[in-house]
Design a protein around this ligand. Structure first.
Ligand code: MOS
Length: 708
C-alpha cells in the first residue's frame, strides 16, 4: 500500500468509470455533438442488384421543403480511388453493384425533410445480370485471391484408410451486425480541413480513408469518437456512409449529420457471409484423430473480396497429422462481407465442433474425453508451442460447474413433460495479438495531490476500455483510480490500435503501463536521489519540485511472442429444452469457461463473455438474413423478421475464467476476450439439440421447422 491508498486495481471488478456518464446521457456518441447550423442527410439506396443508372431525377426532391442539396453521381465531388475505404468509392459513376447500394444523399434542414424528399427522387435503372442465388451458382466458386488453404501430411490417404470417419456439410447463413448505435457521422469542414464525429472501432481508419479519397493530408482530417455504441466488426473499417457525410457537408457547405437507420444497417456496412463447410474427420477406434478436412465454399462481393477464415480452427485445435483446408469463393451482387465477432472462428467452430460431436458419438466416446485426447500443447498448424492453453482446464471446470456427469450419451434419454432435454459441449479458440499503440501520461500536482491524464487514440466500443486503461494507470502510478482521467477516441491523441480482432486490451494496457512506468522512472531520475522504498508519483514530483510532467511511450508485441502460438481458449456448455411438439428450442442454462490470460476487470470481462453467449444463442437459433434471389434484396430488414435473442430467450449464463499467467503473449499477459466469447457457443447448442432429440441440424439457425 502506498500512502494508505489502494494500489491493486488490475483484475478487480471495478464499475465502469464512464458508467454515470452513460446512464445519465452525458456521454456523447457521434451524433450527440451539438454542432451549430447542422443539416441532416438521408440515404437513397439502389433497388436493383446490378444496373447502370440511366437517369436519376432529383428535381422534385430539390423543390421539397427544407432541401439544401441532393448529391449523386451527377454532381458529386470527384474522389480518388478507394484506398482502405470498404465497398468502393461512392457516387463516382452511374453503376450499381448490389441492392441497397448508396446512390444519392438528400441534405435538408431536418431529418424528416430529408427523408421525405428522398422519396421524391426517381431512378431509372438499366438492369444488368446479377449473381444473387448462392446455391445455384456455388459450382462457379473459385480459389480466393487471399488464399488461406493449407495441408499437412496426406489427408486423402489417411481419410480413405480410416476405420472411423464422418463426412458432413455444415451451413451458416448471412448475418448482420446490429450494434445498439447504428453507424453515424457528423462532418464539418473548415476550408480544406474536416472534422468527423464518426462511430467506429478506431479513429485512425476513418482518418486515412477520408484523407485518401478527398486527396487531403491525414492531419487535415480529425476524427472524434469518444463513445461508441458497439461495433462487432461492422465498425472495424470505414464504409461509404462516412465519406458520403463528408461529401454532403462539402456540397451543402454546412455541417451534415448522417445517421444510418436500423434498416440501412442491412445494406450499408458489411455483413457476415454465408459459409458452406464440408467437414471430414477420421479417427482410430480408441479416439485418436488422424485426419481433418474442411472445404469451405462462401461468397464475397463483385466489388471486392473478403473471406473469413473458417478453416483456422480446423488446422490448430486438434493434433491431427493429416489435414486439408480449402476455400472457394463466389463473387455475388451483395455488399462486401466483413468481420463479424470472431470472423471465421465463430462459423468455423460451428462446423468443427459439431463434427467433433458427431465423431465422438460415432466412437461412443464422451465428447469431452474425445477432445482432451486430441489436444496438444504445440500448435500443429505451425509447430510452435502454445504460450498457454486452457482447453482441458476449461472443459474440466465447465463440466463441474455444469453438471456434465448427468448427461446421457444416447439422445432422447432426458424428458420432462413436453420437453426433450439435452446437454452439449464445444471448445473454441481465438488468436491473441498486440498492435502498436502509443500513450501520453500527463501528471499535474497541487501540493501532495497528483492527477494523471492518460491519453491515446483508442476506442471504447462499449467494452470497458476507459475503465481498464484507468485501472492500469492507477496501479502503475500508485494513484487512486479517482485521480486518473482517460481521454480516448480522437485522432489528435497518440496513435493506437483499433478495437477489433481482440487486440484492444493487450495493445492499450501494455502501452499505458509502459508510459506510466516510464513517467515514474524519469521522475525518479530527476529527483537525483536514491529511493529505498518505492515512491509514489506524488512524492517524486514533490522531490523533483515539478507541478507538471508528461511523457509518452510506445508499445508493440515483443519478439518472443512470435516464437509461440498465442491464443485464448474456451469451453461452452449448453442445456436445451426442446418442445417435442412445436420444435421450439430454449437454452435453459449455459456455462462458458475461458482462459484468456490476465483478466483486466472481472466485471466487464464477465459482461463481454455473456454478450458472446447471447449472440451465440442468436446465431444458433434465430439469426438469418434472407436474400431474395429474384431481386437481390434482403427480405429481413427489421428486428421483426431478423430475430435477435431478447431477455426471455436467454436462460442462466454462468461465466468463469481459468487463471493464467502468460509471460509470453505480452508484458501484462493479456490475451483478449472480445471475440472468443462467441466461439463454440452455437456448436454447444446444436450438440445439445442432438443430445435432446437425436436430430442433427447442420444448417443454422436451428428453427422449429428443422426439428418437427
Ligand atoms: Mo471484431 S469482428 O474485429 O470487432
Amino acid at each position: 500500500m502506498k500512502g494508505g491508498t489502494k494500489t491493486k486495481f488490475i483484475g478487480e471488478a471495478i464499475n465502469r468509470i464512464d458508467g454515470i456518464l452513460k446512464v445519465t446521457g452525458a456521454a456523447n456518441y457521434s451524433t450527440d455533438f451539438a454542432i451549430k447550423n447542422i443539416a441532416y442527410g438521408f440515404m437513397i439506396k439502389s433497388t436493383a442488384a446490378a444496373a447502370t443508372i440511366a437517369d436519376i431525377d432529383t428535381s422534385d426532391a430539390e423543390k421539397a421543403p427544407g432541401v439544401i442539396a441532393v448529391v449523386s453521381y451527377k454532381n458529386a465531388p470527384k474522389l480518388a480511388p478507394a484506398g482502405n475505404l470498404k465497398g468502393g468509392v461512392v457516387f463516382q459513376e452511374p453503376k450499381v453493384d448490389f441492392y441497397g447500394q448508396h446512390i444519392a444523399v438528400v441534405v435538408a434542414e431536418t431529418f424528416e425533410q430529408a427523408r421525405f424528399a428522398a422519396r421524391l427522387v426517381k431512378v431509372n435503372y438499366q438492369k444488368t445480370d446479377a449473381v444473387t442465388d448462392f446455391v445455384k451458382n456455388m459450382d462457379k466458386a473459385a480459389t480466393p485471391k487471399q488464399n488461406r488453404s493449407s495441408a499437412r501430411g496426406d489427408f486423402d490417404a489417411a481419410f480413405n484408410s480410416a476405420e472411423h470417419k464422418i463426412d458432413y456439410t455444415y451451413e451458416t447463413p448471412i448475418e448482420h451486425h446490429h450494434p445498439m448505435e447504428p453507424h453515424a457521422t457528423i462532418a464539418e469542414w473548415d476550408g480544406d480541413k474536416v472534422t468527423l464525429y464518426n462511430a467506429s472501432q478506431g479513429v485512425g481508419g476513418a482518418q486515412n480513408a477520408v484523407a485518401t479519397v478527398f486527396g487531403i493530408k491525414p492531419e487535415n482530417v480529425r476524427v472524434v469518437s469518444p463513445h461508441v455504441g458497439g461495433g462487432f466488426g461492422a465498425k472495424g473499417q470505414t464504409w461509404p456512409n462516412t465519406v458520403i457525410a463528408a461529401m454532403a457537408a462539402k456540397v451543402a457547405n454546412r455541417p451534415v449529420k448522417l445517421a444510418m437507420t436500423r434498416q440501412n444497417m442491412f445494406t450499408s456496412v458489411g455483413l457476415r457471409q454465408r459459409d458452406v463447410q464440408r467437414m471430414r474427420i477420421a479417427a482410430t477406434p480408441d479416439g485418436k484423430i488422424t485426419a481433418i478436412g474442411n472445404d469451405i465454399t462462401t461468397h464475397s462481393a463483385t466489388t471486392g473480396e473478403f473471406v473469413e477464415g473458417c478453416g483456422g480452427l480446423s488446422g490448430m485445435m486438434y493434433d491431427a497429422a493429416n489435414t486439408k483446408i480449402g476455400y472457394r469463393v463466389l463473387p455475388m451482387n451483395v455488399i462486401l462481407p466483413t468481420f463479424m465477432r470472431a470472423p471465421g472462428e465463430s462459423t468455423g467452430s460451428f462446423a468443427l465442433e459439431s463434427a467433433m460431436d458427431e465423431m465422438a458419438y460415432e466412437l461412443k466416446m464422451d465428447p469431452i474425453e474425445f477432445r482432451v485426447k486430441n489436444i496438444s500443447m504445440v500448435d500443429p498448424s505451425n509447430k510452435r508451442p502454445f504460450s498457454s492453453r486452457a482447453t482441458e482446464a476449461a472443459l474440466r471446470k465447465g463440466a463441474e460447474m455444469f453438471g456434465w456427469s448427468k448427461r446421457k450419451q444416447e439422445p432422447r434419454q432426458n424428458r420432462s413433460g413436453d420437453y426433450l432435454i439435452g446437454y452439449g459441449v464445444a471448445a473454441g479458440s481465438y488468436p491473441s495479438r498486440q498492435a502498436p499503440t502509443s500513450t501520453i501520461v500527463k501528471l499535474t500536482r497541487n501540493g501532495s495531490d497528483v492527477n494523471a491524464s492518460i491519453e491515446l487514440a483508442a476506442s471504447d466500443i462499449g467494452t470497458g476500455t476507459y475503465t481498464i486503461v484507468a485501472q492500469t494507470a492507477a496501479e502503475t502510478l500508485g494513484l487512486p483510480i479517482e485521480k486518473i482521467g482517460v481521454k480516448l477516441g480522437d485522432t489528435t491523441l497518440p496513435r493506437a490500435a483499433g478495437s477489433g480482432g481482440s487486440v484492444g486490451a493487450a495493445s492499450f494496457c501494455n502501452s499505458v503501463s509502459e508510459a506510466c512506468a516510464k513517467a515514474t522512472s524519469e521522475l525518479q531520475a530527476k529527483t537525483n536521489r536514491q529511493w529505498f522504498k518505492e515512491p509514489s508519483v506524488a512524492e517524486l514530483m514533490e522531490a523533483a519540485n515539478l507541478n507538471e510532467y508528461q511523457t509518452q511511450a510506445d508499445a508493440k508485441q515483443g519478439p518472443d511472442a512470435q516464437k509461440y502460438s498465442c491464443h485464448a481458449f474456451n469451453a461452452n456448455f449448453a442445456e436445451v429444452w426442446v418442445n417435442a411438439s412445436t420444435g421450439m428450442v430454449r437454452v435453459a442454462r449455459h456455462v462458458a469457461v475461458t482462459g484468456a490470460g490476465r483478466i483486466m476487470n472481472a466485471k466487464t470481462a464477465r459482461s463481454q463473455i455473456i454478450g458472446g453467449c447471447v449472440w451465440g444463442i442468436g446465431m444458433a437459433l434465430t439469426e438469418e438474413s434472407i436474400l431474395d434471389p429474384r431481386w437481390g434484396n434482403f427480405v429481413t430488414r427489421t428486428f421483426a423478421d431478423y430475430h435477435i435473442p431478447a431477455n426471455l430467450d436467454v436462460g442462466t449464463i454462468d461465466v468463469a475464467f481459468i487463471s493464467e499467467e502468460d509471460k509470453v503473449v505480452n508484458t501484462l499477459g493479456i490475451k483478449g476476450i472480445g471475440e472468443v466469447g462467441i466461439v463454440g457457443v452455437a456448436a454447444a447448442i446444436a450438440n445439445a439439440v442432438f443430445n435432446a432429440t437425436g436430430k442433427r441440424v447442420r444448417d443454422l439457425p436451428i428453427t422449429p421447422d428443422k426439428l418437427v
